[in-house]
Design a protein around this ligand. Structure first.
Ligand code: NAD
Length: 243
């Protein structure tokens, strides 16, 4: 597989941790030069809610590497609770990162993507977009918007040769999930229970999501746009209900 992305430049938002880090490593292993945009732990420090910072960071990547071929919109934050469980400020904060953040970074990267013969955008969505998860109203709404946005972007940029797809992971073993587990009264029992709730009996590995992202981003997926690729242990494919 190495060499598949030779000569190409990829931007990965939220690439300092978890799924984004695995994606950055996978694309790099396959030959891409990778720029991580994150609020922490990277040369291209950038908050996706800050339009000026986003434009500056994307311009800095293009200045450094000369092009941008692949954009992985992965930065995201969570929220728990029913529809009444978060106030307006919290709703707007999560939507700002998870949804508007994708619009901001894509808008800044579009001039460069238009110049690429292999332009691809991959958004990190979630099974929360369609599964009807309890106590995840705000997060689910944000990921539902990511799914809709992915399809709309795919339509808008088809004629420009820019493909847009998303991955829809189940519960992935990342620092984010680690924080949720650690907050439980019995973290070890919580981790076992979480794994048991996945159809295939374990958490999804970040590397498994990274492989799916790499496929969708690859020039080999040149005829694939506007889709969601589940990486969820069978939950959506087998039409299972989350328990
Ligand atoms: P994580 O917390 O381990 O990593 C998220 C990264 O995004 C961090 O490095 C963080 O600094 C960065 N980030 C957060 N807000 C940012 C901002 N405003 N600007 C720039 N960077 C920002 O989380 P993860 O589990 O790897 O999640 C990554 C993505 O995957 C998210 O979009 C999340 O919704 C999605 N997802 C996660 C799971 C899961 O179970 N972990 C499941 C489905 C989807």
């Amino acid at each position: 597989m190495s060499g598949e992305f030779d000569g190409l430049v990829a931007v990965v938002t939220g690439g300092a941790s978890g799924i984004g880090r695995a994606v950055a490593e996978e694309l790099s292993a396959r030959g891409a030069r990778v720029a991580v945009l994150d609020v922490k732990g990277t040369e291209f420090v950038c908050d996706v809610t800050d339009d000026g910072a986003v434009r500056g960071a994307v311009a800095a990547v293009a200045g450094r590497f000369g092009r941008i071929d692949v954009l992985v919109n992965n930065a995201g934050i969570g929220a728990q609770g029913s529809v009444a469980g978060n106030d307006d400020a919290e709703w707007l904060r999560v939507l700002d990162v998870n949804v508007v953040g994708i619009a901001r970074v894509t808008r800044a990267a579009l001039p460069y993507l238009r110049e690429s013969p292999y332009a691809a955008v991959v958004n990190t969505c979630s099974i929360a977009a369609t599964a009807g998860l309890p106590q995840r109203a705000l997060y689910s709404a944000s990921k539902g918007a990511v799914l809709a946005l992915t399809r709309a972007m795919a339509a808008d940029h088809l004629g420009e040769g820019i493909r847009v797809n998303c991955v829809t992971p189940g519960t992935v073993d990342t620092p984010w999930v680690g924080r949720l587990v650690d907050a439980a009264p019995d973290p070890q029992a919580e981790r076992v229970a979480l794994a048991a709730r996945q159809p295939h009996g374990r958490l999804v590995a970040p590397e498994e999501v990274a492989h799916a992202v790499a496929y969708l981003a690859s020039p080999r997926a040149g005829s694939t746009t506007g889709i969601e690729l589940p990486v969820d242990g069978g939950m959506s494919g087998l039409r299972l209900r989350p328990v």
